[in-house]
Each structure stands twice: as structure tokens, then as C-alpha cells.
Design a protein around this ligand. Sequence first.
Ligand SMILES: [Zn+2]
Length: 411
Amino acid sequence: MALSDITREAVLAAIAEFDHLGRDAFLEKHGFDSSRRYWLRYDGARYDSKAIAGVAHGHLPGRSSLAAKDFSGGIGHAVTVLRRLGFEVTSEPDADPIGLQTADEIASAIGGLRRASIAGKPMLKQAVVLLWAIGRARAGHDRLLGWADTIGALTPLLETHRRDGERREGRPDYPIAALFHAGLWDLLGHTDVPRAHGDAAVRTWFAEHAPEGGLPWSVYALARRSGTARVRMIDAITARFFEDFDESGLLAAVGLYDEDVATDEAPPSGGHGRETAPGSTPENSRAEYARLCELVARRESHTYGQRRTRTVNDPLRISTARRAVLIRSGGHCENPRCAKPAPDRNDRGEALLEVDHIEQLADGGRDYPIQMIALCPDCHQIKTHGQSRHRLIPVLAQRARELHDGFVSAE
Ligand SMILES: [Zn+2]
């Protein structure tokens, strides 16, 4: 067993596992401490380099992960091996001092944002900035953007998406300063951003420094890769800022209002793909399923405050519900008389199953996983067109209820 045996593919598999589990769970599962100095940079995100190298060893055929005590993480060993494989490894102190690393931590930081209000309602500027950045991450744009381009992109959004009475002026400096102090924004190389509100200090500082900025590494990586983390961030922002304000126009404008928003990014090309979700365990799947169901329920009810009547076809809700059902299926047809594995995967690595409503929406069915089911193409055909569909549908309805209860009650 030698660290120098690891391959680029094995490292990519370890990265995918890190993304899937989240940083804390990944480090804990494999018994590594967080990096204090060396970071593997990959595709806009930052990883604990020693842990990735050790776990990559376990992705080689017939090998197991190396333990932290088995090898050195520094120059001359893990760092050198990773660089030889073409990866960028940087040396720097932990650059995210507040350290938002998981979707839970990010949602909680969003929930704690201080809101300026206008006529008793939260002003939307911080929400606009965050959603814009999440949309950029999802689209695969660079994490950081120069100050002039940031102003150019945000000003029209801030001017358009605001409450009555909120100042029309669309400068992003105040909301970005607030996000920076909450650990939700990175201003490259700066730690001395003024906090003052209502005077010129913030504006002067931004004009003088014209900082390059964007989401912190870990927030960017989750918003880019993980559909579940993305919809959780959107949900936290909606809950904190929008109340009765219809956010759908803004979500559409920043590229976060379609039926794929809860879907993970495609695995990196050149890797071996996610034939099985790496690191996925029944416990992870159940927790993720429960969270997604909760988000679906929030989007169909009025728990964001005095919520207007929701549109029937909320693409965010549909996407979240569909994602939950695919996780529940484990890649197998949920028809109990079939239970075959999906015949293939699509380019995003998802099982090729049709997620269908058991009772059609037009007939009053809910976009809620308890009455949705993942079917292989054959069973989907039968349910839609087959003569036996009238006998099949009650079987599917019962099966979906059982699967749903099994997942949720295990929490
Ligand atoms: Zn089937």
C-alpha cells in the first residue's frame, strides 16, 4: 500500500464522496482532521488535501483508505503526489475563518442575517445578491468576479426586484458588506471591511478597494454541485426575506426557477461518473429525503408568513419533490411487482426512472413524494397506457405511502 499509487480517477472519486457527504461527515468517517495549511483546489471548490489523498487510496481497486497516521500530508508526500496528478494544491491558512461548510451551517447563517426593513418588511437587497451568486455557481461561472462586473450584473437586478419604497438605487456595496460580515461573502484579500450602516464609510471603502469577490469556497461548491444544498439555500433565503413577496420573478432572472434546480451537477467529465453515489448510505439518503420533503411541504403551504396562494406549477417544488423520490428509489423501479434496477443513467448520473404522480395533478394530486413514484420505462408505460393500469395504481399508491413512511419514520 502506497500513497504514490493513487490515480487522478481515484482522487476525483474522493472529491465526489466529499461533495456528497459534506466536509464534516467526510472527515469524521475517515478519521482525518481538517487541513490547516494545504488545500486541494478543484473546480472552484476547496478540499482538505491530506484527507482527499488518503481516501483516494481506498478508491483504488482492492485497496482501502489510508489512515491519517499512515502518511505525511505535507510537501514531499501527499501534496507532491496530488500535484503530480495535475491537481492544484495551495498553501494558505484557513481562509474561511467563519467556516460555513455544510448546507445546515449555511442555512443557519442565512437565517441569522440582519435585515433592514422598509414599512415593516425586510428589504430584499441581500437576498438578491445571494440568489444571483447561487445562480452563477449553478451555471458554472467563476466564483470570484471583479467589482465593476459585480456592480454591472447586480444593479439591474437590485433595481427591478425590490419592495415598494425600497430605494431604487441598485448599488450592491451595503448588502455585500453585510453578507461579508455574516461569513456569506468572500472579498479576496480583505478582512477590514467597515460595518457602519447609513453613512459613507462602506461606500467609500468599496469605491477605493474595488474588491474582487464572490461566495466563500464551500458555499460556492455546494451551490454548484449539490441540488439539495441549492434548494435549501433558496428556501432559507425565501423564509428570511420574502414573506409575502413573490420571489418567482427574481428566481427566474437568476437561473434558479426550473425543474432541474434540485438536481446535482453532472459528475466531472473524465472521471468515472457516479455509478453509485459515492459514500451514500441509507442514513444519508433518509436524512436527505426528509429534508427535501420538508422543503416541498413549505413550498406548498403558507409557512413563509402571510404567503399568497402558490402557483400550481412551482418548478422549484416539482424539482425538489422529484429529487426526493429518486433518492428514495435507490435507483430501482418502485413498482413492487417489478423492482428492477433502472436500465441506465442519464448524463447527470441520475437513474433513468420516470418520477410520476400517482394521482395526476389535474385530478387534485399533490406534488408531494408520498403520492409520487419512480418507475422504470416499462412500468411507466403500463401505468400511463396499459389496460391493467386501474389495478396497478392502487398498488403503487400503497407502495409509495409505505416507502415514504419508512424513510421518514427512520429519522
Ligand atoms: Zn418497473
